[in-house]
Ligand binder design. Structure first.
Ligand SMILES: [Mn+2]
Length: 356
């Protein structure tokens, strides 16, 4: 059990006026208890209340060991775990994760009509939003592995290579380095790069192509996520102009990051550079997203996000320009907000690279 984090979450519950809640997602449960379980179709719930009680409800198959300060209520595949939980919860509001499956929720509502389910993700999110020192270190390490992977894949670029082949190299690298799950690798050559989430296919590299490479995976349960765009053998004036615009947008946003500044300012700083260069309509997404144990966390780095940056927050800065039918450019780093600015977790160069 991580008592510090647990206390923070209980404090956030209090602020939200919640007397009891259940935490049911793999990552938040791990965050609080150190227990990593992917429950699949089975039920897992950590019940917290304002008396200090913590009860782990889980299937015996999860193999959870008893812990100090945590009661353990196990069930088997022939038990009704929802009925067990229904006996514990108290009348009134019960905070529930936004992703708890309705196959459990509906059963609980039928068994306990006196319990009122309310959205309960916030108390945990308000805590996971600020990474503690251990989490910061894990995220630094994950991003360094990502830098190495980027270097590996850029060096693997050669005549005749396909998007899928490069994507596979990324996956194999992550596996060899012990990622918790496969992660993702977007490789977009030429006009495919104009689709921000292009699925790597059999497209073959040709001279003059840009290659958008967006890669990430979880290590030690914390994600990395970065993008570089490189060019093969030659770069046109237009490609160079677009590249330098995106790079300046990335750097303009990063230059703004420090405690006390609203997230929307980071988005607007990147967007202004791209708009001023005349490419505003081709920057089709928000500037970034928070990240941690989940690949995408709240808050987003978006033009309407009023959340104020505080030390310990980690998010991506990933502006892009996507010219349909031509090419795309995105440059993405993860940043950690520090006491007086930010630490860029990715160290890989952002200088324009032409692979020979
Ligand atoms: Mn990202």
């Amino acid at each position: 059990m991580n008592q510090v984090r647990l206390e923070q979450v209980r404090e956030n519950m209090k602020k939200a006026g919640l007397h009891q809640m259940i935490v049911t997602e793999t990552e938040p449960v791990y965050y609080l208890t150190g227990i990593w379980v992917a429950p699949m179709e089975r039920m897992m719930a950590v019940y917290l209340d304002d008396t200090g009680r913590t009860i782990f409800f889980g299937n015996k198959l999860f193999g959870v060991q008893p812990q100090e300060g945590m009661e353990l209520q196990e069930h088997t595949d022939t038990d009704n775990p929802v009925a067990q939980l229904a006996q514990t919860v108290k009348a009134g509001e019960l905070g529930i994760d936004e992703t708890w499956p309705s196959r459990f929720l509906i059963g609980l509502m039928q068994l306990r009509p006196d319990v009122k389910p309310v959205m309960g993700s916030l108390p945990v999110e308000q805590s996971t939003m600020y990474k503690d020192e251990e989490e910061r270190q894990r995220m630094r390490e994950a991003s360094l592995i990502n830098d190495e992977c980027m270097d590996m894949v850029i060096h693997a670029i050669r005549e005749g290579v396909t998007e899928k082949e490069l994507a596979l190299k990324v996956e194999n690298f992550f596996k060899a380095r012990g990622c918790n799950s496969l992660g993702f690798s977007i490789v977009g050559m030429g006009k495919n790069g104009a689709d921000p989430h292009h699925d790597a296919d059999e497209t073959v590299l040709k001279e003059g192509d840009s290659i958008v490479i967006d890669i990430g995976a979880p290590f030690n349960h914390y994600w990395c996520d970065m993008t570089r765009t490189v060019f093969y053998k030659s770069v046109s004036e237009k490609q160079r102009e677009v590249y330098e615009t995106v790079r300046r947008a990335n750097e303009a946003a990063i230059a703004k990051i420090k405690p006390g500044v609203a997230f929307k300012e980071f988005d607007l700083a990147a967007r202004k550079v791209i708009e001023d260069a005349g490419y505003g309509e081709y920057f089709t997404h928000r500037t970034g997203h928070s990240i941690g144990m989940k690949e995408h966390e709240k808050p987003p780095v978006a033009s309407d996000c009023e959340v104020i940056a505080r030390p310990g927050m980690v998010f991506s800065i990933e502006p892009g320009i996507y010219l349909p039918g031509q090419f795309g450019v995105r440059v993405e780093d993860l940043v950690l907000v520090t006491e007086d600015g930010c630490e860029v977790l990715n160290k890989y160069t952002k200088d324009l690279i032409v692979v020979e």
